[in-house]
Design a protein around this ligand. Structure first.
Ligand code: PMP
Ligand code: GLN
Length: 386
């Protein structure tokens, strides 16, 4: 194995899902829904499969999907992208992020990101020979995660090539607010850097959040330096389809495409027309999806609180982070490895998403994108811990 990949073992998601299968525990670890997405989308995929759309699609994605991606961003975020040249379909958000970093970063370039970070970021940055400059999010007194603006300023420098921003943020559930985004935008312009934004949870912001979702690309001076990434997996509950996309100015999309064509070339032929159908669903779909998740968040937050966890209620995403100190937990990794044995539930230790593992030592993440009866069963098992 090459040196630059040696620090990366098996991903925590694979480890914890395997543990759930082995022990028969309720799996609130890896974030995937346990119900299917919209029926119209599933029907369109079946039609495309039977209708012979089973060969290579065009590398950048089929025109109908690229048009639907552009239409969706105009409709929800008032952002304009030309489907020909400013939109690229990828194998999930994961490929879009990897290809963007590989296409934009020279060895030694620096990537500013916030920790805890989604685990593929560190590996993609390492594959490019680039260097990550994490800024730590910490639980604040108001129950939100926050960063110190001085830390962010200190992370930027002459080698900064891009900032990689995930909002709504996995695993903390933080939605970056206007002031935070404005500071990020100011620094990107001061240091003349790009931004790659991971917005896979763009439709999972709860109605009681302090801030709605604001794409960084919509701030003054940012459209022309931002590559926006999203995915069908979360919004349409089809994480196994791995249909994602990137949109941005043509030069950033072209750099990403140059790499993408040699990673996968293309993918998901019969799924692409189906995702185009899903993106055009009426607002009632998107509102219902969010309302469902909000009810599940409330259910799990209440249950975890009763079970004795210190709960940091999320403003978005389908994850909730908890502090295990009050339950006698000292280390999230040990706690999660023992949890199936102790009470038949799987969760994810968030320390693995930090360079500064100490900052996340006692934090554990639970996913609530599950049926209410599954959440109820998990909560009743977790109560045995108290
Ligand atoms: N970014 C974040 C923040 C995620 O949580 C996930 C996965 N769930 C991804 C990217 C990966 O998305 P995809 O499955 O579309 O590759
Ligand atoms: N994004 C999901 C999570 O954070 C799972 C991703 C994966 O398994 N690679 O749990």
């Amino acid at each position: 194995l090459v040196r630059r990949m040696r620090p990366f073992g098996t991903t925590i998601f694979a480890e914890m899902s395997a543990l759930a299968v082995r022990t028969g525990a309720v799996n609130l670890g890896q974030g995937f829904p346990d119900t299917d997405g919209p029926a119209e989308m599933l029907a369109a995929a079946a039609d495309a499969l039977r209708g012979g759309q089973n060969q290579y699609p065009p590398g950048p994605g089929i025109p109908a999907l690229r048009a639907a991606i552009a239409g969706h961003q105009r409709r929800f975020w008032n952002l304009e992208y030309d489907p020909d040249g400013e939109v690229l379909v990828t194998a999930g958000a994961t490929e879009a992020i990897a290809a963007a970093i590989l296409g934009l970063c020279e060895p030694g370039d620096e990537v500013v990101c916030f920790e805890p970070y989604y685990d593929s970021y560190a590996a993609s940055i390492a594959l490019a020979g680039a260097v990550r400059r994490p800024v730590t999010l910490r639980p604040a007194d108001n129950g939100r995660y926050a960063f110190d603006p001085a830390d962010l300023r200190a992370a930027f420098g002459p080698r900064t090539r891009l900032v990689l921003l995930n909002s709504p943020h996995n695993p903390t559930g933080k939605v970056f607010d206007a002031a935070e985004l404005a500071l990020i935008a100011e620094l990107c312009q001061e240091y003349d850097t790009y931004a790659v934004t991971d917005e896979v949870y763009e439709h999972v912001v709860f109605t009681d959040a302090d801030s709605g979702h604001v794409p960084l690309a919509s701030l003054p001076g940012m459209w022309e330096r931002t590559l926006r990434v999203s995915s069908a997996g979360k919004t349409f509950s089809c994480t196994g389809w791995k249909v994602g996309w990137a949109s941005g100015p043509a030069r950033l999309v072209a750099a990403t495409m140059r790499v993408k064509q040699f990673l996968t070339f293309a993918g998901g032929a019969p799924l692409q027309p189906a995702v185009a159908v899903a993106l055009a669903l009426p607002d009632s779909y998107y509102d219902g999806f969010r309302a469902d998740l909000q009810a599940r968040r409330d259910q799990l937050v209440a249950g975890l609180t009763e079970a004795g966890f210190g709960v940091l209620s999320p403003e978005g995403t389908y994850f909730v982070t908890t502090d295990i100190t009050a339950l006698g937990g000292r280390d999230g990794m040990e706690f999660c490895r023992a949890l199936p044995e102790r009470c038949g539930v799987v969760a994810v230790p968030t320390q693995v998403f930090y360079d500064d593992a100490e900052a996340g030592r006692r934090l554990v993440r639970f996913a609530f994108c599950k049926r209410p009866e599954v959440l109820a069963e998990a909560v009743s098992r977790l109560r045995a811990l108290a």
